[in-house]
Design a protein around this ligand. Structure first.
Ligand code: ZN
Length: 134
């Protein structure tokens, strides 16, 4: 894994969360993107090499809606940048980590992504992401 690519934060009200993070980080949100398949709206901020991703549920079945129901708003996941997501998934499976996706899917911000189950990572939802080149 190369670096922390972004930290994902679950929010209930995207408009007010964007305002808060623009003030907090003193930078404008540079991208808002809906990921239809995940039932999630995302907003991205860049600070130096790091990014913050805000996540708002767009329907009640969304994983974000379920997360907020169980754990409340706040930190949702940490995403690590990888060079070759397929081989990283294979490596982690061989190390007995539990992958939520065994084949990567398309995520927000032009990424191929896969999540690791928090059960196998001492409680943290981990996202692997690789920049898409297609
Ligand atoms: Zn993410």
């Amino acid at each position: 894994m190369n670096k922390i690519e972004h930290i994902g934060i679950a929010v209930k009200d995207m408009d007010s969360a964007i305002k808060i993070y623009e003030q907090l980080l003193n930078t404008k949100c540079y991208k808002i993107e809906n990921v239809e398949s995940e039932g999630v709206k995302t907003a991205f901020f860049k600070i130096g090499d790091s990014k913050i991703e805000l996540l708002e549920a767009t329907n009640p079945e969304s994983p974000i809606a379920k997360f907020i129901e169980k754990r409340g708003v706040g930190m949702h996941h940490i995403a690590f940048d990888v060079t070759d997501i397929e081989s990283e998934i294979d490596r982690l499976i061989a190390e007995d980590f539990q992958l939520i996706q065994k084949t990567p899917k398309n995520g927000a911000d032009n990424k191929k992504i896969a999540f690791l189950h928090p059960k196998s990572t001492a409680g943290l939802l981990v996202e692997l992401c690789q920049e898409r080149t297609d």
